[in-house]
Design a protein around this ligand. Structure first.
Ligand code: AMP
Ligand code: MG
Length: 458
């Protein structure tokens, strides 16, 4: 396991007092490891979980060559003689193949089979002419026999054939280890006849809010105090991500209470998220306790909102001397954590919007890696800015915005009212964050900007 100092030493331009937002992600990707424990779950419980092994298709989908159209199936080899003669191809209809009811007769040259979409192509037939492209005529002497006429230069051998295994081939991976199971993935798994899958065990994340001015819901109001909102946004963000949550409430700025909370969190969880008390220059006990119990870096990030951030690890040997860790043998067994590591720590700022932005920008990708998920963050969208946005190069800014589509079908984004880092209402009304990158300067009206959409995330 690399120490924080070792990870930092590998980062070009590492400056804890003005850290580049992109460097934070690089650092965190080095800091965290995926869980290693696997469990088996039924398909209904698998939604939102991460696959721990490839799903190898036990069957081919479709299981047979079949018709993509309603029409007539025939041997496409006959088209070449037709092409050289520039003559129509006339075929006798000798049977009917329906979806779910195959035609199993034998066919001779000059014959075809009437076929419906999805029906198995009879042996020896590889081409389907759609019914609307042929002339059908009943032979007067044999009133019940039909003939079709296919005009020259209309068809090629193999047209309108869906091939066996073109969706999934037996023995090939249908889904891969590390994929997050979506509704579409559940359907695909079911289409293979599979009702149970191997997933990584859920990540356990403990969280608490810190600060003497923070009121729990139900507590009597006091002057200068605010209700705890971070606990609820963090809860929601973690739930949406598919983590198991361990709520440790609000913790006063008191060394004994903080120590007890960190020990409980480290015992119960793979990762700990706190909010508040990490501002640089803030002389409170939260930072002191993080230092006492772990290996933690305190950063000022070149970003807005959300400058202060603490990240690191709570360490078992440091916990061992705590009076609260009498049950130190009962750590969560997460075999991916190093044997000396009790939990990964993310100390977020206190401001409610800064909490959400730092979670989305940094914590979420790190937790996804810990969950065993291999897909990167969703791509940023490009939208045209509806207005001038003032921006200084040298820091990353995340502005709350509303993305809409213009009458010409393009995406447009408009910043939303008050961008203050404590103003949650604008977070609620926004549908995405405009990401103004580190080196970027002012944005002119109708310039393209990057947007991180909220859909399904918050
Ligand atoms: P801090 O980072 O602790 O200095 O907090 C910055 C600001 O965020 C202060 O105005 C706090 O009152 C506010 N704040 C901190 N924690 C919370 C919380 N859990 N819920 C709502 N506001 C908070
Ligand atoms: Mg504080």
């Amino acid at each position: 396991m690399k120490t924080l100092a070792q990870i930092a030493a590998e980062l070009a331009g590492y400056d804890p007092r003005a850290l580049h937002a992109d460097s934070v992600n690089v650092f965190l990707a080095e800091l965290v490891e995926p869980v290693t424990q696997v469990e088996s779950v039924g398909i209904f419980e698998a939604l939102g979980r991460v696959l721990a092994s490839d799903i190898i298709s036990p069957i081919s989908v479709p299981p047979h060559d079949n018709s993509a159209m309603d029409g007539f199936a025939f041997d496409g080899a006959q088209l070449s003689s037709q092409a050289s003669a520039q003559a129509p191809l006339v075929l006798k209809v000798v049977g009917t193949a329906l979806a779910g009811k195959a035609w199993s007769g034998r066919i001779k040259p000059g014959e075809c089979v009437k076929i419906m979409t999805g029906a198995i192509l009879p042996a020896g037939l590889d081409t389907v002419v759609p019914q609307e492209l042929v002339a059908v005529r009943a032979e007067p002497v044999e009133a019940r026999t039909e003939f079709i006429t296919i005009p020259p230069n209309l068809m090629q051998a193999g047209d309108n054939r869906r091939e066996l295994g073109e969706d999934l081939m037996q023995g090939q991976p249908a889904l891969q280890k590390g994929e997050l199971l979506t509704p579409a993935a559940l359907g695909l798994i079911a289409s293979l006849g599979i009702d149970e899958v191997q997933v990584w065990r859920q990540l356990r994340v403990a969280y608490f809010s810190t600060g003497d001015e923070i009121l729990s819901l139900g507590e009597a109001a006091r002057e200068g105090a605010v209700f705890d909102s971070n606990r609820y946004t963090v809860f929601g963000l973690l739930k949406r991500l598919g983590c198991e949550v361990i709520d440790l409430s609000v913790v006063r700025d008191d060394p004994a209470l903080l120590e007890a909370a960190f020990v409980r969190a480290a015992l119960a969880a793979d990762a700990i998220i706190t909010s508040g008390g990490v501002s640089v220059g803030e002389a409170d006990y939260t930072k002191a306790m993080m230092k006492k119990l772990g290996d933690v870096a305190f950063w000022k990030i070149a970003m807005r909102p959300g400058r202060p951030l603490a990240v690191g690890r709570i360490l078992k040997d440091k916990l061992a001397s705590s009076p609260y860790s009498e049950s130190a043998n009962s750590y969560q067994t997460n075999s991916s954590l190093d044997s000396s590591e009790a939990a990964v720590l993310f100390g977020l700022p206190g401001n409610p919007v800064a909490v959400m932005v730092t979670f989305l920008a940094f914590v979420r990708p790190a937790l996804l890696k810990m969950m065993g998920c291999t897909a990167g963050a969703a791509p940023l969208l490009k939208a045209r800015s509806a207005e001038v946005i003032r921006k200084k190069p040298g820091r990353t800014e995340y502005q709350r915005g509303i993305v809409s589509s213009t009458p010409d079908g393009r995406l447009q984004v408009k910043t939303i009212g008050n961008q203050g880092s404590g103003v949650l209402s604008s977070m609620v009304h926004a549908n995405g964050l405009i990401v103004l990158h580190h080196g970027q300067g002012n944005v002119a009206a109708s310039d393209e900007v990057d947007v991180m959409m909220f859909d399904g995330v918050i």
